[in-house]
Write a protein of this length. Structure first.
Length: 412
């Protein structure tokens, strides 16, 4: 089916996900969060079960779920990969060796990190769990994909790079459908950069090659782009740069404008300036890394919003004599109010607990990540929404929830 997303609140028909986190996520539990971009620890086997349940909940709403992971495996079948383990036993040994390496290298960093966290675990306990869980996950992959494909998949995700490609299951970030094109991301942090090429392979396998658009300037991640009404909102800050937004305008701006949609950058100037530093991402950046972490449309005139909107200014992009010009539109809050868009505001703690990061089915039904956000859920239900609770208590371990895990391909 041709990609088509001209409004975040239109009926969801087809959505792409990656699939369950695997051995790559297990290995990342041994890395400090400055490297993994995860919280200090989460249980990967439980996260895998949560993912399957979430996929089932989406399918129960008559939405077609496309698994990029499965498409990638199909593409791998015909690839000749050098230095591939000869059998599953050799692969398991190499994964254990990589776990040993991370454990020895980052043991002190992880020990210090865990002392300051909510987790009552030692790095030694996590290390033993990772070693044990590797075998379990490999056996599940063999059952699902076959031994040869399981070897290729796990080699590519866990062993082909310096660090495991562990954030790949947040399937919104690597690409995003805007209008009738799929924008391929350019990821900000090194550990995530290989993800885009993997998604490019998967999307090609799925038949979407001619719809893909590659960005050639700056960085852009999928969670920063949302279309509502006549505006394509693109967050600029910790992960996405204004230069990338301008490149998006050059490549698809005219098409969106033909459909009555303007491109507007939603800028946190402080985060944008700080993101040019090679230093590790701060906790502040992680909580507002993408637009969908603090702002999400519910209907044409209704959004969920966190206080981060007050840190954002708006600029409109337009073309003039072959150049891109920008127009200052003031604050994000004022822009929404001027357009008579009502805001259901969440507290900082509710935002931190992913109350905003939900999946909108477009028919007064919402998939929310955590049941603990009771006040927000009650407010949504009072407005006539059916709230489906996914309870992604482990999957949020990488600073993302329902919206981050899903990439709509077709709406409306």
């Amino acid at each position: 089916m041709k990609p088509q997303v001209f409004n975040e609140t239109s009926l969801l028909k087809e959505v792409m996900v990656w699939g369950e986190p695997g051995c790559e996520a297990l290995l990342a539990q041994l890395l400090p969060k400055s490297k993994s971009l995860f919280f200090s620890y989460y249980e990967v086997p439980e996260a895998r079960a949560e993912f399957r349940r979430m996929q089932s909940l989406i399918e129960q709403e008559d939405v077609i779920v496309i698994r990029a992971k499965d498409a990638y495996v199909r593409a791998l079948e015909s690839m000749d990969i050098p230095d591939l383990p000869q059998n599953i036993q050799q692969l398991e040994r190499q994964l254990i060796q990589r776990a040993d390496q991370y454990y020895e290298t980052y043991k002190q960093d992880k020990t210090n990190e865990l002392k300051n966290s909510e987790y009552h675990l030692s790095i030694e306990e996590i290390y033993q769990e990772v070693r044990s869980d590797i075998q379990t996950v490999l056996q599940e992959d063999i059952k699902f994909y076959g031994e040869s494909n399981a070897i290729k998949l796990n080699h590519q995700l866990s062993l082909s790079q310096e660090f495991p490609i562990c954030n790949i299951f947040y399937g919104r970030d690597q690409s995003n459908t805007l209008g009738d094109r799929i924008i391929l991301s350019v990821m900000r942090w090194g550990i995530r950069k290989p993800e885009t090429e993997i998604y490019k392979i998967a999307l090609t396998e799925l038949g979407y090659k001619r719809y893909m658009v590659e960005i050639e300037e700056g960085t852009i991640e999928g969670g920063d782009s949302i279309i509502l009404g006549d505006t394509c909102y693109i967050g600029v800050g910790a992960r996405t740069t204004l230069s990338a937004v301008k490149d998006i305008y050059r490549k698809i701006g005219a098409t969106l404008e033909k459909n009555g949609i303007q491109i507007v950058a939603v800028i946190n100037e402080k985060h944008e300036q700080e993101s040019t530093s090679p230093s590790d991402p701060s906790a502040e950046h992680m909580q507002a890394m993408h637009l969908d972490m603090f702002w999400i449309p519910l209907a044409k005139d209704l959004v969920l919003a966190g206080s981060e909107i007050d840190n954002r200014k708006m600029i409109r992009l337009a073309g003039q004599n072959g150049n891109i010009i920008t127009e200052d539109l003031g604050s994000f809050r004022d822009y929404l109010q001027d357009r008579n868009i009502e805001m259901v505001e969440v507290t900082p703690q509710e935002q931190k607990d992913y109350a905003v990061n939900l999946l909108n089915f477009g028919n007064k039904k919402l998939l929310v990540a955590l049941s603990k956000n009771e006040r927000v859920i009650r407010e949504l239900e009072s407005r006539g929404y059916k709230v489906i609770r996914a309870d992604l208590n482990k999957l949020i371990g990488g600073y993302g929830a329902a919206h981050c895990l899903t990439a709509p391909i077709v709406r409306g």
